[in-house]
Design a protein around this ligand. Structure first.
Ligand code: UDP
Ligand code: UDP
Ligand code: UDP
Length: 462
């Protein structure tokens, strides 16, 4: 891509453009804060209206505590899909459909823009406008390098799958260049369905992976070294832009970190933290079995309960979801909360000794950064592939028989896995991961070098 004129050689101006959902917003805000502390002028493009209340709350508090970072509010064109669609997917499309309106807003910024970093779910539309404006462009991948390898060769995998009769009798999906095959059961079925929005968003944007200047991934070299190396060899996708591992991304300043008095009173490493991220709600039956497992395990726990996908609709009280007698019986060793919590703050707390997680990729990187062992209970999307990465890296174990939303996992099975994950040997392995994650972020570490490389390249965009 051609380059642009930046009059100020010492402070490049970088625009970053997240899309929908906290899983996409959080890593972009982290990256924005990291660039700002590394002497860049940063503009965050904030699409309005947001899907969830958590997103708008997070944006407000972020700009209140980071007044050196500019917010470019971007009003979206209305988008009214005719079919039933996940509201977060609808937002990816709405943003993509509106990107052309950014042209006049970005062509006159002061100082002029030197670099554009966008979410991969809008990569193609962003590439068009960035080419027009002659601004070098990067994408930030909010999933694992491993799941990204599937996104990158999506069209080929869909074609191969169709040739093999739509997966009939196939257990594993081969990925080019000798990357380990992925169990078919780990790939979300909509991936192979060209008529599904999930697949349509991937196929619309994957072609831009060869056009951008680089592909930032919130991972680190040690955690996914083989995948990163093979992707960078050009053998998975010819002319793929360089993969730049930049993770685990650092946390940013929060306006007010809430007190956690209950957690403060628990012994070191004794508490299991349970959260399924920002957009995954288990069924009521499953929640109740999880309660059984927690109670039987005898383990201390901090459980963040979620009743529906979009927080604005999550109106039920804890007592309406969980049995009151369960809450009464466990009140001295368990804490159940509902609504948004500061997950990073919790994972960093000395009392936390394990994390029952759906393996949203941000959660994985946060646990790696804090050295908290994960009991992986993936539900959908990239989460099963991520769970495998967690297990391979020694950060935890994957309860692979617990197959998403399709079956009810009984309390006794959950009890057993909880006991296993809270063992000391898992903490030791997770601490090693934390050390590797910290090295990646130190001066001279791979992830820090990748960030510095982007900043240096931005300074040279004349
Ligand atoms: N998160 C949080 N508090 C919550 C729920 C989620 O801080 O109550 C954060 C979490 O730390 C992570 C992001 O929101 O940074 C969720 O992203 P992830 O990829 O883990 O899962 P998703 O929500 O996309 O499924
Ligand atoms: N934190 C916070 N406010 C801040 C900075 C940090 O609440 O301004 C919380 C945040 O949740 C973070 C935790 O404290 O995860 C530990 O901070 P950080 O990760 O920066 O420190 P480190 O783990 O690198 O020592
Ligand atoms: N999906 C995803 N990431 C998510 C949530 C969903 O990639 O955070 C995928 C998932 O594989 C799912 C598809 O998108 O099959 C549609 O999502 P939805 O949540 O509507 O369906 P689900 O499979 O969860 O019932």
């Amino acid at each position: 891509m051609a380059s642009t004129t930046n009059l100020d050689q010492t402070t490049p101006h970088i625009a970053i453009f997240p899309t929908a959902g906290m899983g996409h917003l959080m890593p972009f805000l982290r990256l924005a804060a990291m660039l700002a502390t590394r002497n860049c002028t940063v503009t965050v493009i904030a699409a309005k209206p947001t899907v969830s209340a958590a997103e708008s709350d997070q944006l407000s508090s972020f700009f209140a505590t980071h007044q050196n970072i500019k917010c470019l509010e971007f009003q979206l064109l209305p988008y009214n899909p005719t079919t039933d669609i996940d509201p977060f997917f609808a937002q990816f499309i709405a943003i993509s459909n509106s990107v052309h309106l950014l042209h006049p807003l970005l062509s006159n910024t002061s100082p002029p823009l030197s670099t554009f970093i966008a979410d991969f779910t809008i990569a193609s539309s962003v590439c068009k406008i960035a080419t027009d404006l002659s601004i070098p462009t990067y994408v930030l991948i909010t999933t694992s390098a491993r799941f990204f390898s599937l996104l990158a060769c999506h069209s080929q995998l869909v074609e191969n799958n169709a040739k093999k009769g739509g997966g009939e009798g196939v257990d594993y999906i081969e990925i080019p260049a000798g990357l380990p095959p992925v169990p078919l059961s780990s790939i979300p079925p909509p991936f192979f369905n060209p008529n599904h929005y999930f697949s349509a968003i991937i196929s619309a944007n994957a072609p831009s992976f060869t056009k951008v200047n680089g592909i930032l991934v919130n991972t680190f070299d040690w955690f996914e070294s083989a995948t990163i190396e093979v992707l960078n060899s050009g053998r998975v996708v010819r002319d793929l832009a360089p993969i730049l591992p930049v993770g685990p991304l650092e946390s940013f300043k929060f306006g007010h970190a809430p007190n956690l008095p209950w957690l403060d009173n628990q012994p070191a490493k004794s508490v299991l933290f349970i959260s399924f991220g920002s957009r995954t709600a288990l069924s009521k039956d499953q929640l109740s079995e999880l309660g059984v497992g927690l109670e039987k395990s005898g383990c201390k726990f901090l459980w963040i309960l979620k009743g529906s996908k979009v927080d604005k609709q999550d109106k039920e009280e804890i007592e309406e979801i969980l049995d009151e007698s369960f809450l009464e019986r466990t009140k001295n060793r368990g804490m159940v909360m509902k609504g948004w919590v500061n997950q990073e703050q919790i994972l960093a707390h000395p009392a936390i000794g394990g994390f029952l997680s759906h393996c949203g990729w941000n959660s994985v990187m946060e646990a790696a950064r804090q050295g908290v062992p994960i009991l992986a209970w993936p539900q959908h999307g990239d989460q099963r592939v991520n769970a495998q990465v967690v297990e391979n890296a020694g950060l935890g174990s994957w309860a692979r028989d617990w197959i998403g939303e399709k079956i009810l996992v009984k309390g006794e099975e959950i009890e057993e896995k909880i006991r296993e994950i809270m063992r000391l040997e898992n903490l030791a392995k997770a601490s090693e991961v934390r050390e590797k994650a910290r090295h990646a972020r130190e001066i001279g570490g791979n992830s820090e070098q990748a960030i510095q490389g982007i900043i240096e390249a931005s300074k040279q965009n004349e």
